[in-house]
Design a protein around this ligand. Sequence first.
Ligand code: 6GU
Length: 239
Amino acid sequence: MRLDVVTIFPEYLDPLRAALLGRAIDRGLIEIGVHDLRDWTHDVHRAVDDAPYGGGPGMVMKPQIWGDALDQVCGEHTRLVVPTPAGRPFTQQLAHEYAAEKHLVFACGRYEGIDQRVITDAARRMPVDEVSIGDYVLVGGEAAVLVMVEAVVRLLPGVLGNARSAEEDSFSDGLLEGPSYTRPEVWRELAVPEVLRSGNHALIDRWRRDQALERTVERRPELISALPDGSLDKHDRAL
Ligand code: 6GU
């Protein structure tokens, strides 16, 4: 998979080369390009924004510069992702879709956003998603790109050490993951739940399922309502 990011703050994307993602690059599992939007400016001031039509606060990123940048960075097999708090929610399902793509391009807006015609024009040639990572406002899309790339790349074959860890994640069965414990058996007078030391794997699976259900009901009740019909088995307690 190839990933390209266009931004006015290329150094903000340096963490893409660290840790898990850095190892995926070194092992040839992904290629990453980070591009400075100002490389496509023409004027001496390298201006990327201008006042909004219709008035109002803030500035809007100019379409010509973005158009030239995307013409060069996007290709035959590109899916374009535009981070914005006004986008559709980024979910584990969308992460799985992105993990199946050949080429993702992330277009990071700052200020009050990018002239909408850039998105309309790109969508004439490629799939385009305006995507939000949550119901809060960031200054720009860069931090959202770090979040999305990490969620996508860890799903690629060979990136995680243990293939089961991606399958058993929170959300893979529509529920939050329950708690985990390791040695010692008692720490600060807190004991590890007895069932986990029982060696009875049917009982342990049942207990983990109950913990996941309980935690999901408590913290994210809307996820329970969204479960597909038949997801709750006959042993699941009434919720
Ligand atoms: Cl994707 N971008 C920005 N600027 N703010 C956000 C966001 C994205 N998702 C939530 N807030």
